[in-house]
Write a protein that binds this ligand. Structure first.
Ligand SMILES: Cc1ncc(COP(=O)(O)O)c(C=O)c1O
Length: 473
């Protein structure tokens, strides 16, 4: 398989004959897309993943499992992973020429829609000045200022290159600041793949049903304590058993990595109080929820201020980024202001900063979160009603543009509840929807995402497709 350079970038030989995807007309509001709604009740007839199958067979010899991140391999839902050719707005096209309404959104970043024209133009401008400086630039100040003024608890921020890095850094900082080594995380929450967090983790670990990963030394997790989500009594017990030893409690303030699970209001309020009372820090991992549930993230949405916060995904607008931030007195421990070491060759990268700035600017406009909430409510309500009508036990919900549903009656309060979901049925639903032109996350244990580019017609199309699929699985 040879790589060839084309005018528009690098194309692999295997892709050269792939259909050029139909381009979406771009409008300034980003809300005018291909008219799939006209055929909302018509089932697509020609669906093949032949080219994706060939590409996946090649990929399996080249990369472990054929992918560079486990959930992408479709292992838990069966079938062939879709090889993506391009994305625009709410749409995704694969190398066989199939078009999908996309509810993965690159796992969260694409909140204003894929390949937004303004973001692309700004990136092209920035790129003319270079792609990486390895030295301070003004764009870092701009994005830092935007993050600090948006997120209630963040007074200072450090940019890194991924959510994993952000979570790794924030834990070192919490331990450095409190001079304590233990920390509490929740079953089914995912905080990236740093050693200390790979205990009862969510996301790919949950999807693949893996036990804790080999290669993680016992010493790396000996200070990791776990409790079920939404179970404050379990957390109280851990604080009693490990009195004076717990540096921090970290959580996804709304879980997305074992499916979509919301906290009870008492749970996060009680965690705030408990950590305060015990001289521990409260960390919100807002890699997924930051700028997703509200402009100020989950902490604005719930009105609870953590001590430290991690961010990623949206603040990079689709380019690799992460961040951690929080109280000034804590953040001033980070090198070179203080002794806690953390560094990065590409941190504060001008392209990532540019995409982040443009994305946040769009999100700040009035009505964005109301729009996301409205369409996403219609989507989840429509799917759940269709499921009920077809006799499936289902539950689910949304906050703004983050959503999920389980094939179990519910309610789902934690990972143990989520695991009762009929994952075989989810697999059939997922594959059926794919054939209908709808791309959900290929796992029961991942949240879904809408964007400002999703239209009411997209939602109607999706619900109509869900009715058909749920009626036959
Ligand atoms: C809540 C949360 N934290 C951390 C991470 C890790 O981020 P990344 O994949 O950018 O390393 C993720 C990734 O999905 C996440 O959802």
């Amino acid at each position: 398989m040879s790589a060839t350079l084309t005018g528009s970038g690098i194309a692999l030989g295997v892709l050269s004959s792939s259909k050029i995807p139909k381009r979406v007309s771009s409008s300034p509001s980003n809300r005018c897309y291909i008219n799939m709604s006209a055929s909302a009740d018509k089932k697509k007839t020609s669906f093949t993943l032949q080219k994706s199958e060939e590409a996946f067979n090649d990929a399996k010899n080249l990369m472990p499992g054929g992918v560079n991140s486990p959930v992408r391999a479709f292992k838990s839902v069966g079938g062939t992973p879709v090889f993506v050719d391009s994305v625009k707005g709410s749409r995704l096209w694969d190398i066989d020429g199939n078009e999908y309404i996309d509810y993965v959104g690159s796992w969260g970043p694409a909140i204003i829609g894929h390949a937004d024209d303004e973001v692309l133009a700004a990136l092209a401008d920035t790129m003319k000045k270079g792609t990486s400086f390895g030295a301070p630039c003004l764009l870092e100040n701009v994005l830092a200022e935007m993050v600090i003024s948006a997120v209630p608890s963040i007074e200072m921020v450090r940019f890194v290159n991924s959510g994993t890095e952000a979570c790794m850094g924030v834990l070192r900082l919490a331990r450095a600041f409190t001079n304590k080594e233990k920390f509490i995380k929740f079953e089914g929450c995912y905080h990236g793949h740093a050693n200390a967090y790979l205990v009862k983790a969510g996301s790919g670990v949950a999807t693949l049903g893996l036990p804790n990963s080999p290669g993680v030394p016992k010493s790396a997790t000996s200070n990791t304590l776990t409790a079920p989500y939404n179970d404050i009594e379990a957390v109280v017990k851990l604080f009693e058993t490990h009195k004076g030893e717990i540096s921090a409690v970290i959580l996804e303030p709304v879980v997305g990595n074992s499916g979509f699970i919301t906290p009870t209001p008492e749970f996060i309020n009680d965690l705030r109080q408990l950590t305060k009372d015990n001289g521990s820090l409260l960390i919100f991992d807002e890699v997924m929820t930051g700028f997703r549930l509200a402009y100020g993230g989950a902490q604005e949405y719930f009105g609870v201020k953590p001590d430290l916060t991690t961010l990623g995904k949206i603040i990079g607008g689709g380019l690799p980024v992460g961040a951690f931030g929080g109280r000034r007195d804590i953040m001033e421990m980070v090198a070179p202001a203080g002794p806690m070491y953390q560094a990065g060759t590409l941190s504060g990268n001008p392209l990532a900063m540019t995409a982040g700035i443009l994305t946040l600017k769009r999100l700040k406009q009035p009505g964005t979160y109301e729009y996301l909430d409205k369409i996403t409510k219609e989507l989840t309500r429509g799917i759940l009603e269709a499921g009920n009508k077809s006799g499936h036990s289902m539950c689910g919900g949304n906050i703004s543009g983050m959503f999920g549903f389980f094939f179990v009656e519910g309610p789902v309060y934690n990972f143990a509840d989520a695991k009762k979901s009929d994952t075989e049925k989810f697999g059939r639903f997922f594959r059926g929807m794919l054939e209908e032109g709808v791309y959900f996350g290929p796992s029961q244990f991942e949240a879904g995402f809408t964007s400002l580019a999703h239209t009411r017609e997209d939602i109607e199309f999706t619900v109509a497709a869900a009715r058909r699929v749920l009626g036959r699985i």
